[in-house]
Design a protein around this ligand. Sequence first.
Ligand code: SF4
Length: 145
Amino acid sequence: MTGLGGGLKGGARLAVLQVGGPLGGFLPADGLDVALADADLAARGAALGHGGLVAFDDSLEPADVLRHLWQFAAAESCGACSPCRVGSRRGLELAAAGDDPGPEWARLSRVLEEASLCAFGRRLPAAVRSLVRAYGQRLPTGWAT
Ligand code: SF4
């Protein structure tokens, strides 16, 4: 990673790379050998989105990154449909609790994916799953289902 743009600031180590914006997806530090193309990223559970790249170093707690993702979702949900309006707030509550979300996440993610009016709500579960998979065992694995 140090060969790319001089590496991370202060010699920090990359933990995960966010691609395509907050709801695009995340790649693990050892999984960056992938083309920045829709099909290639989709095969990794991510999306190209607006093409942005954000590096998260290993000084951040994975639980804080997960909570931040849900805070973004709850803040930016326009509120026009209840699956996303209510679901994003419930997801934030679950993430803030820090426990494995258990079967509630399976139900919540299904409602978000199938009943949200637009791609914002429908894309939320995939973004959460890709974040949890990118962090491996450092987050409750129930979020990856
Ligand atoms: S899914 Fe789209 S329409 Fe529904 S609340 Fe979220 S942002 Fe608004």
